[in-house]
Design a protein around this ligand. Structure first.
Ligand SMILES: *[C@@H]1O[C@H](CO)[C@@H](O)[C@H](O)[C@H]1NC(C)=O
Ligand SMILES: *[C@@H]1O[C@H](CO)[C@@H](O)[C@H](O)[C@H]1NC(C)=O
Ligand SMILES: *[C@@H]1O[C@H](CO)[C@@H](O)[C@H](O)[C@H]1NC(C)=O
Ligand SMILES: *[C@@H]1O[C@H](CO)[C@@H](O)[C@H](O)[C@H]1NC(C)=O
Ligand SMILES: *[C@@H]1O[C@H](CO)[C@@H](O)[C@H](O)[C@H]1NC(C)=O
Ligand SMILES: *[C@@H]1O[C@H](CO)[C@@H](O)[C@H](O)[C@H]1NC(C)=O
Length: 491
């Protein structure tokens, strides 16, 4: 076995070998059977014949710089063989060394390479297009499984031209071959506009060709990208939005398609193709952002309340809390919110504010509060907050059960619960409230969140001091009936 200093020398030597440096002196021959390139998973043997001139020398075979595993079987006094089963190294460097019985060091016999790979799959999905104004035919295909070997692809085009040409005997002569992957200048195609095309793949282990495909050069043209010029929306009901775009193509007989996305990422696109059904589409035009004109908010905001003190004259302080509407529902700039009290005597406006919180004094006898959001075009439908009968009287709805609060990770807490089993009717939603308690003279901070009724857990993120917070899960059955709330709280 080679010592470490020697291993380093071998490494340098091998690097020269794999780099293809020519002036290395071999004292013998190394060859691979059955061949230096084999199918992945084949059995191969590495043979090493020494011409050092000493019989029964000690041999050493390195495969990719490490000592190859397995016994070296002597074939005769100057040759050994190493057999490797199921060889799967796409590229391996082989080097053989020998040491005469009276020698101090191993000497290089010679080196070579062994490669394992696959013959090419038949190329699939051959697609050819001509971008308008490019003057070139460009084709793509799926090569299939990687071969791990140097594999050549060639595009074959055979003119199938006119009926006259099909009668011609020299059809074979009209086949033209191009290195596949590079665009083919249309000037190089002299066989008319109609071709049969296929891709031929080949490497040392084999060859395969794609199924042929008929091409009509006139139908392969991808029209130049259209440019979106603008959009406008009518004031009719329902409103109609019209998009305008600029054709950049000089082609006749072009069809275009438009698509758009609303909310979040509202983008407008157009693409075009020639009329024949198989013609390729252009890419989509670059996205265009358009905002429809302002309209009254489409939905009521999410609302909740904190109850303040009740007074002996029957009125009570309530802080109404409002979540801003998402852009999709706001349909414009929200200018403010109104809070009014519903009572048998009619509605009373209690608050008209641009803030998302409003403290109001609810007059005696008020059953519910109604909250709307407005922009310059109008107001949303109202969201309702029911007020229990009497001062604190809202507590006879069953509470959510089995409430569990767990630290989720550094910045969050997970809250889980079960809907009440005793409740006959299904809930509308859940409200989760949490309060970060006062610290270092800071004010107590209050948070809330509406959870859809299908869900029974939620994650609470953000400014939470985990050591000190209270969490309440409210269970809401209906917005319109009183006595609907029950809470479960813990500290
Ligand atoms: C030993 O075997 C190898 C491979 O079969 C052959 O090329 C070589 O001539 C043989 N050498 C002797 C001395 O028989
Ligand atoms: C063997 O060495 C070659 C060249 O350094 C490298 O590309 C190849 O990935 C190696 N193979 C394995 C199986 O380590
Ligand atoms: C051909 O291309 C299409 C779309 O790119 C792909 O869905 C399909 O799997 C491909 N077929 C083959 C045989 O590669
Ligand atoms: C009820 O009492 C509160 C507190 O004293 C007072 O602010 C409020 O104006 C009174 N409301 C009515 C309707 O009398
Ligand atoms: C609320 O105030 C805005 C402007 O401050 C006003 O346009 C709107 O009419 C008011 N709403 C009600 C219900 O009074
Ligand atoms: C904490 O957990 C929440 C939800 O489980 C997740 O969205 C968030 O990315 C997590 N944060 C960290 C810092 O891991």
């Amino acid at each position: 076995m080679a010592g470490s200093g020697e291993a380093l020398a071998l490494h340098v030597l091998l690097c020269c070998l794999c780099g293809g440096v020519a002036n290395i002196k071999c004292s013998g021959r190394v060859w691979i059977e059955p061949a230096p390139v084999v199918r992945m998973g084949s059995d191969v043997s590495i043979n090493c014949l020494s011409t050092l001139g000493c019989p029964w020398a000690k041999f050493l075979v390195l495969l990719n710089y490490s000592l190859a595993e397995g016994p070296l079987r002597p074939l005769n006094s100057s040759t050994v063989r190493l057999q490797l089963r199921d060889f799967r190294m796409p590229f391996g460097t082989v080097a053989c060394f020998a040491r005469c019985s009276d020698g101090e060091r191993h000497q290089l016999v010679c080196g070579t390479h062994v490669l394992a790979g696959y013959p090419p799959d038949p190329p699939g999905n051959l697609t050819c297009t001509i971008r308008e104004h490019s003057g070139c035919l460009a084709c793509t295909w799926d090569a299939g499984r990687p071969t791990h070997l140097s594999t050549r692809y060639a595009l074959h085009l055979r003119s199938v031209g006119t009926a006259v040409a099909e009668d011609a005997e020299e059809e074979e002569e009209e086949e033209e071959i191009f290195p596949a992957g590079l665009p083919v200048p249309l000037s190089a195609l002299r066989g008319g506009t109609r071709y049969s095309a296929w891709v031929q793949a080949s490497n040392v282990l084999g060859a395969a060709r794609s199924p042929p495909r008929r091409l009509d050069l006139q139908e392969l043209v991808v029209p130049a990208l259209p440019l979106v010029a603008g959009a406008e929306t009518t004031e009719t009901s329902p409103p109609t939005t019209t998009i305008r775009w600029k054709r950049q193509t000089l082609l006749e007989n072009v069809r275009c398609e438009e698509r758009h996305k609303a909310a979040g990422a509202p983008t407008w696109h157009v693409r075009c193709r020639l009329s024949p059904a198989d013609s390729p589409w252009s890419a989509w035009s670059t996205p265009f952002l358009y905002t429809t004109p302002e309209a009254a908010p489409a939905a009521a905001p999410d609302v909740w309340r904190r109850l303040g003190p009740a007074f002996s004259n029957g009125s009570r302080e309530v802080t109404v809390l409002i979540k801003p509407l998402p852009p999709r529902d706001a349909r414009g700039k929200i200018l403010g919110y109104t809070v009014s009290a519903e009572s048998p005597r009619g509605a009373t406006l209690l608050c008209n504010t641009s803030s998302t919180a409003c403290s109001v004094l609810v007059p005696p006898g008020a059953r519910a509060l109604q909250i709307t959001a407005h922009n310059s075009r109008g107001a949303s439908s109202p969201a309702s907050i029911t007020l229990g009968r009497g001062a604190g009287g809202q507590e006879d709805f069953p509470a959510p059960e089995a409430v569990e609060v767990k630290p989720e990770n550094r910045s969050g807490i997970s809250v889980a619960w079960q809907p009440p089993r005793r409740s006959g009717r299904s809930p509308l939603w859940f409200i989760v409230e949490w309060v970060s308690t006062a610290q270092y003279g800071q004010k107590e901070q209050y948070f809330w969140k509406k959870v859809p009724r299908q869900e029974t857990h939620t994650d609470v993120q953000g400014k939470i001091l985990r050591e000190s917070f209270r969490c309440l899960v409210w269970f809401i059955r209906t917005v319109y009936s009183p006595n609907m709330l029950e809470r479960q709280g813990f500290v």
